[in-house]
Design a protein around this ligand. Structure first.
Ligand SMILES: [Zn+2]
Length: 207
């Protein structure tokens, strides 16, 4: 299993001020869905969560939010949170500082609230001050399902989640075509497993 699934503390410490895990006292899990909203996968996830009466947080790509504003509205109407994931999913290590922040600002009109997740989890520690001036939370993850990785079986994606979750885990899935084959298997099975274990689910607050 990759170190990426549950990043070690030494990695987390490189980025002070980011959120990897929520308070560990309560049996609460925070599911997050990245890279939507898109026509097929986002409504499917939303319907499934509604069936389970579970709320989650969606880190939206600005361009997708721009093209699918009705889905942003539907997420909010259903009690989910949304967060900024940049307009074009630009990774920090592959663009200039000004490109990076312009791309984040370009997404803001389409995605309300004060949550941000850096595309590809890429960040520079010296970007944190500006990010924290724009957002109340810069959210990383405690457990990465790796549902986007075609080299993994759907069973492996499920066990990435079930073997690693713990109190306060922020868990990443993707409401994207790329993840679909693994998502549609691992998400309902993860929910069944965690509910059986007595976990509750909450959103990351948008303010
Ligand atoms: Zn992403």
């Amino acid at each position: 299993m990759s170190w990426k699934v549950r990043p070690p503390q030494v990695i987390r410490n490189l980025f002070p001020g980011t959120t990897w895990r929520m308070p560990e006292q309560e049996k609460v899990i925070y599911f997050t869905f990245d890279d939507g909203p898109v026509e097929k996968e986002t409504p499917w996830v939303m319907n499934l969560l509604n069936q389970y009466q579970i709320k989650a947080t969606f880190f939206c790509v600005g361009e997708n939010a721009d093209n699918n504003q009705h889905l942003i509205q539907e997420l909010l109407n259903n009690g989910h949170s949304v967060g900024n994931h940049a307009y074009n999913h630009l990774p920090a290590w592959k663009c200039s500082r000004s490109e990076y922040f312009n791309n984040i600002d370009k997404a803001r009109p389409y995605i309300p609230g004060n949550l941000f997740r850096p595309p590809h989890g890429q960040l520079y520690p010296w970007y944190m001050k500006e990010l924290k001036s724009k957002f109340s939370k810069v959210v990383m993850w405690d457990v990465l399902s790796m549902d986007y990785d075609k080299r993994l079986s759907k069973e492996q994606v499920l066990s990435n989640v079930t073997d690693n979750v713990r109190n306060g885990s922020v868990v990443v899935f993707h409401d994207s075509a790329k993840a679909w084959e693994r998502l549609n298997y691992a998400l309902p099975k993860s929910l069944d497993f965690l509910l059986e274990k007595g976990y509750r689910f909450e959103v990351l607050k948008m303010d």
